[in-house]
Design a protein around this ligand. Structure first.
Ligand SMILES: NC(=O)c1ccc[n+]([C@@H]2O[C@H](COP(=O)([O-])OP(=O)(O)OC[C@H]3O[C@@H](n4cnc5c(N)ncnc54)[C@H](O)[C@@H]3O)[C@@H](O)[C@H]2O)c1
Ligand SMILES: O=C(O)C(=O)C[C@@H](O)[C@H](O)[C@H](O)COP(=O)(O)O
Ligand SMILES: [Zn+2]
Length: 368
């Protein structure tokens, strides 16, 4: 059984997100319906070894001619150098505008392959087949594609929506526990933004999802995509409400950048968990939400094995973090834009946060 959520909005062609178990046979048929010519599956070396043969076989059974293009696993592949290499391989394969890219992997592969698809011959179609929880609940949907630069996260990219997303929960069976927990952070984020009942379920009965329970994972993926797709449908290019999906990210991206995008120290999901805890504590410090809510957010993140304290992650300079935050894509006119909350499920965008207030807050959190 599968659930199909259609992502639609004013500015882009509608597409389906198919979520369920045992979807690989169906993947061949669905891709055959989109592929007019050749298909290149962009993936990372780890995913290629684990799932490449089954995906190739599923496509072949449906009559789709496909080949694999692999990149090294990890955030370092979201780079100009890797983007150039991928595009060079696509050119060497002789792909043209009718051909199709399939992004098979986590958020790194999806962001890189999506950007390559956006740029190749000014844009060709691509399909997302997310293989991490984080990619299934978040990065495969919404059309944000990007690479990093040493100056910051996702600073070079494009909005390029996929033609289709197929999220097979069974692909998560091989995912290491740390990666499941990282994806869980983005799931919790969706509850924190706008759905307190979902957050309650995630904190209670649904918490087994963070440990890999397929039924709980399926429910978490479906509700996350319902929330994300509704927001993206309203505001594809993040001129307004879409910024809510950035809850935890202004702090989180700055911390990731300060750590040199080293996911052995902190994964993106872990950075989001810590960022959400910081955003709620900052909101509570400023009397915007209750201290109880901030404490609950921390407790639920920590119970899922996620970091919530800056000083437990590393030694940071408040000024360095605030400078990174001011370089975030949401920032306007030298001030900081933060996603804050009036309570659990009540996130809002604050475009006029004072740098000095954030720096002082970070010092209370252990930054120097
Ligand atoms: N575009 C968006 O809207 C969006 C949203 C959220 C995050 N992101 C980006 O996504 C990236 C993080 O994505 P991620 O957490 O998926 O990391 P990732 O893509 O690096 O994957 C994590 C690790 O899991 C491995 N892996 C993937 N699937 C596997 C499987 N099924 N079994 C075993 N191992 C598997 C990968 O090889 C990798 O080592 C960040 O760069 C972040 O900025 C983008
Ligand atoms: O889809 C969005 O919009 C998000 O903000 C989702 C985030 O989880 C994701 O990490 C995204 O890549 C961050 O975007 P950025 O614009 O802050 O780079
Ligand atoms: Zn994110």
């Amino acid at each position: 059984m599968s659930t199909v959520i259609t992502v639609s909005g004013g500015g882009f062609r509608a597409y389906d997100v198919v979520i369920g178990r045992g979807l690989l046979p169906d993947l061949g048929r669905r891709i055959a319906a989109l592929a007019q010519g050749r298909t290149v599956i962009i993936t990372d070396e780890t995913v290629a070894a684990l799932h490449g043969p089954a995906v190739l076989a599923a496509l072949e059974a449906a009559g789709v001619r496909a080949r694999l293009l692999t990149v090294p696993p990890g955030e370092a592949s979201k780079s100009f150098a890797e983007l150039e290499r991928v595009i060079d391989r696509l050119l060497a394969f002789g792909l043209d505008r009718r051909d199709l890219i399939v992004a098979l992997g986590g958020g790194v592969v999806g962001d890189l392959a999506g950007l390559a698809a956006a740029l190749f011959m000014r844009g060709i179609d691509f399909v997302q087949v997310p293989t991490t929880l984080l990619a299934q609940v978040d990065s495969s949907v919404g059309g944000k594609t990007a690479i990093d630069t040493p100056r910051g996260k996702n600073l070079v990219g494009a909005f390029h929506q996929p033609r289709l997303v197929v999220a097979d929960i069974d692909l998560l069976a091989t995912l290491p526990p740390r990666q499941l927990r990282s994806g869980w952070a983005e799931v919790l984020k969706h509850g924190l933004i706008c759905d307190p009942a979902f957050f309650d379920w995630l904190a209670g009965e649904g918490a087994v999802g963070a440990g890999g329970d397929p039924a709980a994972l399926t429910r978490a993926v479906v509700r996350s995509i319902e929330i994300k797709s509704a927001i993206v449908g309203e505001d594809e290019k993040e001129v307004g409400r879409r910024a809510l999906l950035n809850l935890g990210h202004t702090f989180g991206h700055a911390i990731e950048a300060e750590l040199g995008f080293d996911e052995t120290k902190l994964t993106h999901g872990e950075a989001v968990a810590l960022g959400c805890a910081l955003a709620f504590r900052f909101a509570a410090t400023n009397g915007l939400c209750s201290g109880e809510d901030a404490v609950r957010v921390e407790a639920v993140m920590a119970a899922a094995g996620l970091p919530t304290r800056l000083d437990a992650v590393g030694a940071f300079s408040a000024e360095a973090l605030v400078t990174r935050m001011a370089g975030d894509k949401k920032a306007e006119g030298g001030g900081l834009t933060l996603i804050l909350a009036r309570g659990i499920g009540e996130a809002f965008v604050d475009k006029a946060v004072h740098r000095a207030a954030v720096a002082a807050f970070l010092k209370t959190e252990g930054a120097s």
